[in-house]
Design a binder for this molecule. Sequence first.
Ligand SMILES: [Zn+2]
Length: 85
Amino acid sequence: MKTGTCPKCGSNEILTNLALKGSDSVQPYVSVTEPEPPNRPFIWVPKFVQSAFHACICGTCGYTEFYAIKHQELNEARKNGFIGK
Ligand SMILES: [Zn+2]
């Protein structure tokens, strides 16, 4: 819907880049984490990438899409073997 047309009803009345609201403790997010290395150092803390979302909503039918805000960082982490949990 970033193209501005609803894939469900064809409307062009789209609300974009809406932040998801909620209390700090229930904000939805995804997280990917660095896998443990084979020869784990004595002190090792896994790196991770987390992302919240923004939403695009069709004002005509209500169809909603979510987009990860840090999608590029998530994809770089994926290329480096980070996994979702
Ligand atoms: Zn629609």
